[in-house]
Design a protein around this ligand. Structure first.
Ligand code: FES
Length: 211
């Protein structure tokens, strides 16, 4: 029995007013996140401990709307802010065919595309806890995923979006985001690589000016 089963039991038999989100019940939709005994988890994938006792709380760091339902508006805005789509300097005409991609090119960004937007990483992030403007792990990993895509040419355009005010450089590399991720995405790695890419871009630009 999983925590989500217990919530559904409570809702069906004990208190129909209990508010919580879920949809797929199989760790795919990302909507059932909550704190389970103090740790951010997907309730559909968190077994009830053998003692039968479990403390379920809304995700930390988000305004609570009711019971376990938190306001996801700010998070959604951050996801869009990083321009998570393929940007081309020149769009190819349809008759020019598709953009081919080799397996090794897919490999480069594959893990970052596994994010299910469950927000567990934001609930675990001490930087986001202190500053709700911080771009945060999932949005940074999403932007970085497109930067790594061989079909994309928008990395420079995303640079400011990912590193400007409250951007990747605010990350102190605690790494809790990667620890709690239920899909084994490593957003902490994405944030550090964004910093490195920004530093290299900046250095190249200084060197070009010096010539
Ligand atoms: S219900 Fe969809 S991830 Fe848990």
């Amino acid at each position: 029995m999983f925590v989500l089963d217990a919530l559904n039991y409570a809702s069906d038999w004990l208190d129909g007013s209990l508010a919580f989100r879920w949809s797929c019940r199989m760790g795919v939709c990302g909507s059932c996140g909550a704190l389970v005994n103090g740790t951010p988890k997907l309730t559909c994938a968190a077994p009830i401990p053998e003692t039968g006792e479990v403390l379920i709380e809304p995700l930390h760091n988000f305004p609570v709307q009711k019971d376990l339902v938190v306001d996801i508006g700010g998070f959604m805005e951050k996801l869009v802010r990083v321009e998570p789509w393929i940007i081309r300097e020149r769009e190819r005409a349809l008759e020019e065919g598709e953009y081919p991609q080799k397996p090794e090119e897919l490999e480069k960004y594959d893990q970052f595309s596994a994010c299910i937007n469950c927000m567990l990483c934001y609930a675990a992030c001490p930087v986001f806890a202190a500053d709700k403007e911080f771009i945060g792990p999932a949005a940074a990993a999403l932007g970085f995923r497109y930067n790594l895509d061989s079909r994309d040419e928008g990395a420079n355009e995303r640079l400011d979006l990912l590193t400007g005010g409250a951007g990747a450089f605010d990350c102190t590399f605690v790494g809790e985001c990667s620890i709690v991720c239920p899909k084994n995405v490593d957003p902490a790695l994405a944030l550090q690589r964004i910093k490195i890419d920004a530093a290299v871009t900046s250095l190249k630009s200084i060197m070009r000016r010096g010539k």
